[in-house]
Design a protein around this ligand. Sequence first.
Ligand SMILES: [Mn+2]
Length: 566
Amino acid sequence: MLKSKKKWMTKNDSVVNSVDDVVHILLKNRKIQSGKSAQFFLNPPDPSSYSLTELGIAKKSVDNAIEIISSTIAAKGKVIVYGDYDADGVCATAILWETMRSLGADVLPFIPNRFDHGYGVSVEGIDEIVRVHENVSLIITVDNGIVAHEAISYARKKGIRIIITDHHQKALTLPKADAIVHTDKICGSAVAWVFANELSKSLASEKNDVNELLELAAVGTIADQMELIGVNRSIAKHGIDILRKTRRIGLLALYNDIGIDKRQIGTYEINYLIAPRINAMGRLTDAMDSLRLLCTKDTLKAKSFSQLLAKTNTERQKIVEESLSDARANARNRIWNGVVIVSSTTYHEGVIGLIASKLVEEYWLPSIVISQKEGISKASARSIPGFNIIETIREASDLIEGGGGHPMAAGFSIKTDNITSFIETMQVLSEKKLTEEIKTRKLSIDLILPFAVVSKELLTLLKNLEPTGIGNPKPLFVTYGVSIVDMKFVGIEKKHVKLSIESEGTVIDGIAFSMKDTIENLESDIVDIVYSVDENMWNGKSTLQLVIKDIREHDNKKDNTTKIST
Ligand SMILES: [Mn+2]
């Protein structure tokens, strides 16, 4: 019998009879108990209704920053918005650059180039700004700067004033900036949006609506993997509404190239189609072109930037695929049981994080990928729940040069001479921490769903739970003992399976992506399935469709799942 690798865990095993029961349990599984919090969750308030205090931002610092900007604009001083090369950083740059311009500032954006300037606010970046522009009076950072002590002091010695806006973790001391707008509750582009909103309220002569800029904060929030609850749910939900009717011609060109129906835009489209294209430029060439796409007012330029992003993203995918097959071979030859660590001079520095994520997905073990260079190499790490990767890396801190991150992801530099000892040390440190329990891949299921309850009405109610993603997972259901009554292999490589599934007299269609082998190997037509309930749009017609996440032969004796407490 083919064994599925995932352990099925149900959060609730009570019997449901109606759509209302389903919604009630889904909210309960998301820790939403009262009617008031359910209302708040189902109808998240406009993000501008949150006060600075609620967001964890000091009002005094914001006032101070506004004062500096106001006097700089009055003195016609040159301002640079200093961004970052990932999707959050590019969106943050666009938000503040456009807002500053609308306020009459003499302002230009600067996004560092990974290969020339390194990450964040750096001495190299400041030198570049000073080299290109005369008389810069003020630099405003977005999505970075909070730990750039050296570069910020360096800029101030050159007579440049600095306002930091950031969401990254603070160190014990703060850089000596002129003002700091910081919180770690929202992403960098959302900090930029909140600040832009405050700026406009104070300085705009007529009503200057920053509301439309929320679409970019939504892209940053989702791309930067924020938990989609509380204010981040508000930003994502209202921002997605704006993305669906965007007036930004760069985004429209991008939608067109990708082939997305803009009414369907949600977290999936942002995570897997839009953000990777914006990110590709910073990984391989220069993120300024992604910024140009977002901000252009010229239709022809929008088209050509969109094509450039698509081409670079395809190139990025190719590089990842090539490195990945090498990394797989490398990982297969290993003789130890701990963290997967692969190192090679052929791994492109811009994609090592992506390769590490793919290794985690394949092996379900924490993975570190090193782009080996002469002297100092760059490394990127990704983890699985239950294993704190940054903590483990810090235990080997005498072997690395510095870096940062959190329990699930980290990045650092390492002397190439130290790589062998680092690998050995990490094996020893990780092997004992990686228990069987941690190494077991789990599938967290909301509830047992009878087919009789699957309906258009259910689909409508499930839509109210959107946007789903980190912190608010897409609802997953299990049904036991269903029959596969029909199936056909679809897609270019015929790897996907379209199914008709019957349970207690109700037949529903389903799709199982990349599951041809699994389904062909089933020894019985009576199966248990885990799935989400989705809408299939085809030729303008919407039908119900189950998206199958996992499938197993039905076992009469037990129900295949473990109940977890919530
Ligand atoms: Mn960020």
